[in-house]
Structure formats: structure tokens, C-alpha cells
Design a protein around this ligand. Structure first.
Ligand SMILES: O=C(O)CCC(=O)C(=O)O
Length: 348
């Protein structure tokens, strides 16, 4: 086992060093992995992927995405936006989050924080997201959430066991349609996700990690067997403001850090709207809603700009019912989107 793994790491390192960093600098090898080694097969990329300026290097970034099904962009949020988002999120963690199995999450910040509206269609990332989904006219907003892995969440200082699931998220694809295994050409993804780091990430913190080129595989095992020497688990480290744009069918995870360092992210998901035709003449309908609980606020659904209304027009059954109720607060509050404060948060 150890021998083939070493060979494979060498092969992937060679592969990665062929990809120049966008800024021309040599990619520094990351510090040794320190987390839960049971995530994945431990066949880790030994260099960081290239990072692109999303506007100045749009073409290069899109080309990288087409080959690997993900792309990392530099300063998708500027320092002021990161500060602003963390400041708003600070109130969110205290007021309105659920303690989901592996971290804390505010499911629908848009409902309560109009100040975050501008983040769902960012000038830095929307041109790339649009191209990934076949054009701005095909982009349908789906989901916005904040995730927080608090400091010491995996390793409480009082020696008590870590909260369930605070380590070891499994590698998985997110919502995607099964025709991706066979359709020719692969074409646009069914959904695109954008993960924005709101805190700096490094080998000791949780980090987003992808298996490049894995969108046609159901499981990590299938990806390893099917990709052969191309298989690698690529953790992505970067300063706050870095974004990772992915075809949601890519196999990925939140890679553990040391359980002590924390991390915050903002996640947006978009669906492919409109009808597309495959080479064989078959039609691809607009992607279905990715989460039956998605809720969008009235001010965005009834936006004055018709293009923006189109962007917001793909509603979950819950949204339909909420609109039918006249945006009734009670209806909204019955949704399974709120939790009680985690003790670590209550102490803040
Ligand atoms: O938190 C992360 O880095 C990964 C999140 C993830 O895997 C997901 O949202 O499906």
C-alpha cells in the first residue's frame, strides 16, 4: 500500500508543477497534513492548484475549470467585504443558526440580513459562474449559507469528547443529476457552488478539498479506480476572500485540520436554468431545485429588474407555499432551518 501511494504522490506532484501559478510564482508545498487521515485515501496533492484573478484571467480560469471541474479565484471578496461579511455573520451565529452535524450553519441569511443581498451576484465571480452555466440568462440562484467551524470545535480544551461529526466529513458530490454519468458532451453542470473563505485557511484549519475531474463518478472508490494516476485529493488553502467555484458533481469534502483552528465560509449554490440540447438531440430540462427548503425574501423575488427576477425564479415547494401564504412569518418560522445556540456560542 505504501509503495504505490508514494509513486502516485510523485506523479501528481509532477502533474501539478506543470500548471503554472497564475501569478507566475512557484507553488510552495503545503505543510504536512495534520488532521484525521481517514478522510479519503490520503493520496494528497503535494502542491497547491493555480489561483486566478477572476476578471483579468477569466479565460485561463474558465479553461482550468473545464479541465478540472473546479477553479480557485483570488480576492473574490476584498478585505472590506470579508470584514463586512464576518461582522454581519457574527450576529447571525448568535441569533439564527442550526447546529448541523459537523459545524454551525446559518441557512438563510438573506431572509434576515438585506445587507448581504449584494453578495449573491458578485462582479468578481458572476462572469465565471455564468460561463460555467452557459450564460447569465441560465443562472438561477438557489442557496446562500454561512458555515462556521469554531476554534477548538474538534478538540475541547476541557478534555471532553469533540462534538459528533466535528471531524471527518466524508468525500461526496453535492446535488447533481444522474445523466451526468453518460451525457455527451458533458456540457454545463447541473449546479455550480461557490465557496468563499471568510477566514484564512491552512493545513491546520479545515479546508475545502476536491478530487479534480471526478464529476462522472459516484463514489470516491470509483473515482480512484477510474482516474488512475490522475486521482488526487487537493486541499485548497488561501487567505480570506479566496473563492472556489465548482461543478457540484465534483467529489469534495471539508478536510479536517487539527480540530483547534477554526474556519468560516460563505456558500452559494446556483442551478442551470433554461433548456439545453445534447449532441444526440436529447433535451436537458432546467435543473430541479437543489434543496426543498430554499427560501428567498420577497424583496428579491419581486425585484424591480426583470433579469434579477429571472435569477430568483426557481422556487422550492416551500418557497411556493410561503409566497402563497403572503410571506407569513409563522410559516417561515416552522421551517427546519433554525437551531438552538451551541454552548460554545452562548459563551461568546
Ligand atoms: O466546508 C467545506 O469545506 C466543504 C463543504 C461541503 O462539502 C459541502 O457543502 O458539500
Amino acid at each position: 500500500m505504501a509503495q504505490p501511494q508514494r509513486r502516485r504522490l510523485a506523479a501528481t506532484a509532477a502533474h501539478l508543477t506543470k500548471s503554472p501559478r497564475a501569478d507566475g510564482a512557484a507553488a510552495a508545498p503545503p505543510a504536512p497534513f495534520v488532521g484525521n487521515t481517514e478522510q479519503g485515501f490520503g493520496i494528497r496533492a503535494t502542491a497547491q492548484p493555480p489561483v486566478f484573478d477572476p476578471l483579468m484571467q477569466h479565460a485561463e480560469a474558465f479553461q482550468f475549470y473545464q479541465e478540472h471541474r473546479y477553479v480557485v479565484v483570488h480576492q473574490a471578496l476584498n478585505a472590506e467585504e470579508v470584514r463586512e461579511m464576518n461582522e454581519i455573520a457574527d450576529t447571525g451565529w448568535l441569533l439564527d443558526y442550526a447546529h448541523v452535524p459537523s459545524e454551525l450553519m446559518v441557512f438563510y441569511p438573506l431572509l434576515d440580513y438585506p445587507a448581504v443581498d449584494k453578495f449573491i451576484k458578485l462582479p468578481s465571480t458572476m462572469p465565471l459562474i455564468s460561463q460555467m452555466l452557459g450564460g447569465w440568462e441560465n443562472v438561477r440562484f438557489q442557496e446562500f449559507n454561512w458555515r462556521y467551524y469554531p476554534e477548538n470545535y474538534g478538540a475541547p480544551s476541557d478534555g471532553s469528547p469533540p462534538p459528533a461529526g466535528s471531524f471527518g466529513m466524508r468525500f461526496h458530490p453535492d446535488a447533481s443529476l444522474p445523466d451526468r454519468f453518460a451525457r455527451q458532451p458533458y456540457g454545463c453542470p447541473d449546479y455550480v457552488s461557490a465557496f468563499y473563505y471568510l477566514t484564512d485557511t491552512h493545513p491546520r484549519s479545515p479546508s475545502f478539498c476536491v478530487v479534480p475531474k471526478s464529476t462522472r463518478f459516484r463514489t470516491l472508490e470509483e473515482a480512484r479506480d477510474g482516474l488512475g494516476d490522475d486521482y488526487q485529493e487537493t486541499p485548497i488553502y488561501g487567505p480570506a476572500g479566496t473563492a472556489i467555484l465548482v461543478d457540484t458533481a465534483i467529489i469534495h469534502t471539508r478536510l479536517d485540520g487539527d480540530g483547534k483552528a477554526g474556519r468560516r465560509i460563505m456558500h452559494h449554490a446556483y442551478a442551470r436554468g433554461g433548456w439545453a440540447q445534447n449532441d444526440d438531440g436529447g433535451w436537458r430540462a432546467p435543473s430541479p431545485v437543489n434543496n426543498p427548503n430554499n427560501l428567498f425574501p420577497q424583496r428579491l423575488v419581486e425585484h424591480h429588474d426583470p433579469e434579477f427576477r429571472r435569477f430568483m425564479c426557481q422556487w422550492s415547494a416551500t418557497q411556493c407555499e410561503w409566497v402563497a401564504s403572503g410571506y407569513d412569518e409563522e410559516y417561515r418560522n416552522q421551517r427546519p432551518t433554525k437551531g438552538s445556540p451551541h454552548p460554545a456560542q452562548a459563551r461568546r
